[in-house]
Design a protein around this ligand. Structure first.
Ligand code: NAP
Length: 262
């Protein structure tokens, strides 16, 4: 593990995922500031974080990196409401949203041209990363980077923890994650809708299904909806799932009919 340079990291949105990231960043010696829709003054003071109710004061506070940690569905509204004229210097903006083309397009459209843009997706959360981030994937795309040193200092936050550093385009990410993360969350939500619960005779396979239901239901419905609404590849995966279920149902019913007639 190599050490990281101490950075001033400002977080916009201080929900569950931002709080989870902040703990590791503080342990690494970074200085964290935050702003959010709700008031997190008390929690932040316990964690040693300066919390700003006022977005101008937050932007004026001279962060090296501004981390967008708000929900997928609120990003457009949040980023467009930022008083960006309060920025004192060209700054590296990084997002951690679970979809990638959407924040990339918004950041390129709204942020000042002298700001660098790095898109990332830590492929883990408070549950899967609770015992450390070693070998967990961190996807990133250097969308508009002129200050390579600042970008590399930020990525070091994850590399130092042993994350698997995966550079790929936002488009590739969205295609892969529709097939993996969105599918997992959809199946988990379907299982929750069916009120699937452990039984006294669970097989190992069923225990894994219950785990999928529980881990996906812990994330907000906003997060799940965002995976669908702002990933152009998700619609096709939902259709594939419906078609696959219909096809399996059809095969089972045909087999039943054959057996009845024999
Ligand atoms: P989330 O429900 O996706 O987002 C919660 C955050 O969004 C809070 O900071 C909340 O602010 C803010 N927010 C929601 N609606 C808002 C609105 N209308 N206006 C302003 N702010 C609004 O939960 P999360 O798990 O913390 O995820 C945060 C981001 O990290 C998401 O983009 C998600 O895709 C990404 N991510 C999450 C995970 C994970 O495991 N949870 C992993 C990787 C990436 P307040 O709290 O102030 O209300």
């Amino acid at each position: 593990m190599s050490s990281t340079k101490s950075l001033r990291i400002g977080m916009i949105g201080f929900g569950p995922f931002a709080q989870f990231l902040a703990k590791t960043m503080i342990r690494q010696g970074h200085i964290i500031t935050a702003t959010s829709r709700s008031d997190y003054t008390h929690l932040c003071s316990q964690l040693g974080i300066s919390f700003f109710r006022d977005a101008s004061a937050f932007l004026e506070s001279g962060n090296d990196v501004i981390l967008l940690t708000t929900s997928i569905l609120s990003l457009s509204q949040v980023i467009k409401a930022l008083p960006l004229e309060s920025l004192k210097q060209p700054t590296l903006f990084v997002d951690v949203l679970s979809v990638k083309e959407h924040p990339r397009d918004l950041m390129l459209q709204v942020l000042p041209h002298d700001s660098d843009v790095l898109c990332t997706h830590p492929m883990f959360g408070p549950e899967s990363g609770k015992d450390g981030w070693k070998d967990l994937p961190l996807m990133f795309d250097k969308v508009r980077i002129r200050n390579e040193a600042a970008c590399s200092d930020f990525l070091q936050v994850f590399a130092t923890e042993g994350c698997k550093m995966m550079e790929m385009s936002c488009e590739e990410h969205d295609e892969f994650s529709a097939r993996s993360q969105f599918l997992t969350h959809t199946v988990g939500r379907v299982l929750a809708e069916m009120e699937v619960e452990p039984t006294p005779i669970d097989t190992k396979g069923f225990q894994k299904l219950v785990q999928v239901k529980e881990s996906t239901s812990r994330d907000s419905f906003d997060l799940f909806s965002g995976l669908f609404v702002h990933n152009r590849f998700a619609q096709q995966q939902l259709r594939n799932l419906e078609l696959a279920l219909a096809s399996i149902k059809q095969r089972l019913e045909s087999r039943s009919e054959e057996l009845e007639q024999s």
